[in-house]
Structures are given as C-alpha cells and as structure tokens.
Write a protein that binds this ligand. Structure first.
Ligand code: 2P0
Length: 316
C-alpha cells in the first residue's frame, strides 16, 4: 500500500486528444489492452485539471459539483485511486475540471484519467517515468494513455500480457499550420458508451476482422504524412480510418450507428468543399460530432462554411 507524501497535490493538467488512427477493440478488457496501435493529436490547452487532497471520506468533484457516490465516473475515479492506495486507511477528495467546451461534445475520459494519473503520481510521490504513467493511465481509460503528452502521440499496442509495453510515446514532429475544427451536432449523452460499443463490435461484427489490417496500414501512412508534412495524405488517411471504424460499428449486432442526420449533412458539406478545392477532412469518434482537419491557409474558408466552428491550433 502507498501513503500520501503530501496533504494535497498542486493542480495538474492533461490535454484532451483526437485520434487520427483510432483505438477500437480490446484484446484484454481488464487491463485495457488494445487490438491495434493508435495515433492522436493532443488539443493543447483544452483538457482536464485535477487536484487530490486528504479527506475524511472519498469524494469526487466535477466542474465544481460533488458527484453522488454511486455515479459511474466517481466510481471509476475511486477504483483508479484504489489501484495505488490498496488497503491504506486514508480517504481522498478528487477535484477535477474540464475546460473542454462541453458544447463541442469531446470525450473527457482521456484527459480525465491522464490528469488523475499525474495527480496520483504527485500525491503519493511515485515519480514514475512518462511511459509508466501512460501505461497506468491506460488502465483508467485506453485513450488516456495518449493524453500524457502534447502534439502527435502514438499508443503502441504492445505484445505483453501484463500490458507494461502498452503505452504511448510522443512523436518528435511539430506541424504549426495544422488546425482542428469542432463541429457540434449534438451534446446529449450517448446511448452506448465507447467501452460497450467496442466490445459489441469485437464480439458481433465479422467485418471487424479487417480492422487490425486497416489500422496498421493507416498508422504507417500517417507516420509518412507527418514526416513529409503531406496534409492531403494525413487528411485522407484520417477520414478513411474513421469511416472504416464506423463501418465495423454499423456491421455489429444490434447495429451501432452514432451518426445523426446532421452528421451526414456535415460529411456531405465537407465532400462538397473538397470538390470545390478546399482541403478539409473529418474524423469522428463514438458520437455524432465531427472533428475537421485543415491547415491555417484554409481556416477562413472553412469557418465561412461552418459558422460557429470552434478552431484549435494543436501546436500553438
Ligand atoms: C480513440 N475512442 O482512439 C477511440 C475512437 C472512441 C473512438 O478511445 O474503454 O474511453 O475507457 O478504454 O478510451 C474512446 O474509448 O475507452 C476511444 P476505454 P475510451 O480515441
């Protein structure tokens, strides 16, 4: 068991991230070991701030409000703390805040568990290496393994059964002109969370058999695109990867379709923009919202076509 080295940690921060080559499917559900490696971009200042302090009872606060003890997220947070404190007799207060615009419909579990891991590391004075922090954050939520770093990040699937080689590493590349746009279709709670969604896909979609090959090929193409700063290749690969993932969801039973009519309308607007010479691509996760990929020179035109678009510069 581990005891705190301090009454409280300073507030730590981890960025949210968007995968260009998606994590979809686990080979081990308990350890969150993925079927395939994935590659993401972190969202700079958008993410989660977390602070842990000693308390007389376990409590989890999200954006200034205390969560009920039975709340799903609160239980996951406390279960994560339990990985470290085990049978130690102290209780904790975990305060976490997302500055991700809730309107953007971005997942917060990636930055949430990455920030929690950083806070745990400080609180218990563990001083773990980045790769170990990433592997542990992965156990909270797979995509959290990638939120330990800024910029482009690759989560290497690993081959070990204990998962200690399944962690993320930053790529040594910057791409200052790159922009990400958030298209909000809906912010409602989704009916099927990504954890159950990916399990259903693995268990019921024959089409899923082709996914590991698609992901491996896309990862290779993305590395090339990033090395050569080839935006067309980056955009095409990311969009095809996202649509391939969604194809496996649709081929599940019961079928899993996260799209809404407005999601499809936005896709068609993007394809129309490309037909008119505007280089913009999209990616989508387990939800109805689109994330646009473009470069600084197309920003004005993309904003004109998508009024109210929230634009992020991942490299500042
Ligand atoms: C990704 N997603 O690579 C993929 C694309 C959603 C679609 O990682 O079960 O919340 O906690 O490991 O990390 C969302 O899944 O799932 C996700 P768990 P997680 O971003």
């Amino acid at each position: 068991s581990v005891t705190p080295v301090a009454d409280s940690t300073d507030t730590v921060f981890a960025p949210s991230n968007i995968a260009l080559c998606k994590y979809w499917g686990k080979r081990d559900a308990e350890l969150n070991l993925p079927v395939n490696s994935s590659l993401s971009i972190s969202l700079a200042h958008l993410g989660t701030k977390t602070r842990i302090s000693v308390s007389d009872q376990d409590q989890v606060w999200l954006n200034g409000a205390r969560l009920a003890t039975g709340d799903k997220f609160a239980r996951k947070v406390i279960a994560f703390i339990d990985l470290f404190r085990r049978d130690a007799d102290h209780r904790v207060k975990v305060e976490t805040e997302n500055n991700i615009p809730t309107a953007a419909g971005l997942a917060s579990s990636a930055s949430g568990f990455a920030a929690l891991m950083l806070a745990v590391d400080r609180f218990y004075g563990l001083n773990l290496e980045p790769q170990v922090l990433s592997a542990f954050a992965r156990m909270g939520s797979g995509s959290a393994s990638r939120s330990l770093y800024e910029g482009f990040v690759e989560w290497q699937m690993g081959i070990r059964e204990d998962g200690m080689d399944s962690f993320a590493l930053p790529l040594d590349s910057r791409w200052t002109e790159l922009r990400i746009g958030l298209v909000k279709v809906s912010t409602g709670e989704k009916a099927v969370d990504s954890r159950s969604g990916m399990n259903r896909t693995v268990e019921t979609a024959h089409l899923y058999q082709s996914w590991p090959l698609q992901a491996a090929a896309d990862l290779e193409r993305l590395h090339q695109a990033i090395a050569e700063q080839d935006f067309t290749r980056l955009g095409e690969t990311s969009e095809q990867n996202a649509l391939s993932m969604h194809a496996t969801m649709i081929a599940s039973w019961p079928p899993l379709l996260y799209w809404q009519p407005d999601s499809v309308a936005a896709m068609q607007a993007i394809w129309q923009a490309r037909a008119e010479g505007v280089e913009v691509y999209f990616t989508m996760d387990a939800g109805p919202n689109l994330k646009l990929l473009f470069t600084a020179d197309a920003e004005a035109e993309v904003k004109r076509r998508f009024p109210g678009l929230e634009v992020i510069s991942p490299f500042g």
